[in-house]
Design a protein around this ligand. Sequence first.
Ligand SMILES: Nc1ncnc2c1ncn2[C@@H]1O[C@H](COP(=O)(O)OP(=O)(O)O)[C@@H](O)[C@H]1O
Ligand SMILES: O=P(O)(O)OC[C@H]1O[C@](O)(COP(=O)(O)O)[C@@H](O)[C@@H]1O
Ligand SMILES: [Mg+2]
Length: 445
Amino acid sequence: MGAPLLVDNADLSVKTLGACRIDSPLMPLLGERPTTQHYIDEADKVLYDDTTSMIAARQVDLAELPGFEPAGPRRKIYFDPSKTRVGIVTCGGLCPGLNNVIRGLVLELTSHYRVRRIFGFRNGYQGFIARYGHDVVDLTPESVANIDDDGGTILGSSRGQQDPGEIVDCLSRMNINILFVIGGDGTLRGAKEISRVATERGEKIAVVGIPKTIDNDIPYIDQSFGFQTAFGKAAESIRVAHAEATSAPGGMGVVRLMGRHSGFIACYATLAKSNADVVLIPELPFKLEGEGGLLNYLRHRVVERGHAVVVVAEGAGQELITDQPEGSDASGNRKLHDVGPVLSRRITEHFANEGVELNLKYIDPSYAIRSVPANPYDNVYTIRLAHAAVHAAMSGRTEMVVGRWRRRFIHIPIALAVSQRNQVDPAGDLWMSVLEATGQPPHFE
Ligand SMILES: Nc1ncnc2c1ncn2[C@@H]1O[C@H](COP(=O)(O)OP(=O)(O)O)[C@@H](O)[C@H]1O
Ligand SMILES: O=P(O)(O)OC[C@H]1O[C@](O)(COP(=O)(O)O)[C@@H](O)[C@@H]1O
Ligand SMILES: [Mg+2]
């Protein structure tokens, strides 16, 4: 759940393609400046641990404390901008802000580094594979100027595994030096494979990721881009559910939100509009029946208050559904059972058995929360991530992603970014806030 203390400097060290010998065109902007609370020098580190007890537990000297490499422009870079060719790809499910990242990469590459050739690969990793026949897209400042007005991705996306060898063949044929991958854990595993094959072949290709996850499930990132937009949109459904529930006798709203393995959207959307009575997340199994079960709790709530609102993340309560077939999607992700309708049916049956009036309204806004344009916060966040990714790649960093950790922009090795899943910690302060806001018991058991 939380980040393990076992991480050390070796896990945080970022690979590079070689020595940086070229003066960065950003030198005039950069100059010489020391680390402050608003700026980190490239030679400095961002501490992994951020409490005195965590640092004390290390029992090492200050210089040995594990730290992330800070993001930002380097004074010397690896690639010669005038000869650098760049590819960009978006993979996996949609997330608000994908177009913003594409736009940010293109604008930074062209306006500051004067890179001249940027190719967009269509429909995820399929775009590299000849038999799919997807054209590459020339990306220019003009072509990306206003793409951030729309949700989705102008490049398209896909699931389904592709051969990293064929992907590297394509990159070599096109003389591409830098590949930016925008995607989640699956995409980043793919990116790591691409980087491995390129290295085996002696190809100097920088592979830099901008982590995309609407579920906020990639670790070492305070919050993923698009997440704030998504939970803000999800909160609207909770508001609607509350209005329905309070406007009918025995009113109940059930809102199902995305979140396969991590209940962050459910928690944040609930806190953004504190009128849910119960939040159910994948991290916390719950019981329906019995004195301490969910059904009993909801019935009391409706009898006492006249209404109730339940927010359920899609991965919650999977253990309760045994009569639906198992399956997986094209990328091998397990297909989940649809908990919302099952939960609604069980609530309806329970109220009927107990003779308590119920007016249940079920709302599932799933795709409506991830296909929207980014909000102003995510506009800012995505452009800053894009800037950081371009600086990292031009300096020859590879097999890494950019992220924001404790408000500092940092480089994270892909291996570390996919080493575990970020989840809501039932013993953490986020879940405590949810319990405070809803008044629900810590467990339904
Ligand atoms: N272990 C892996 N190695 C190589 N490619 C992978 C791996 N896991 C997933 N991928 C590929 O990455 C792409 C996106 O993965 P997916 O799981 O659909 O989305 P996300 O990146 O959001 O997790 C797909 O083309 C998928 O086949
Ligand atoms: O229906 P699709 O396109 O396969 O995607 C749906 C799934 O992707 C997710 O949004 C997770 O994707 P990310 O966290 O990688 O963005 C799940 O919450 C959701 O079930
Ligand atoms: Mg994934």
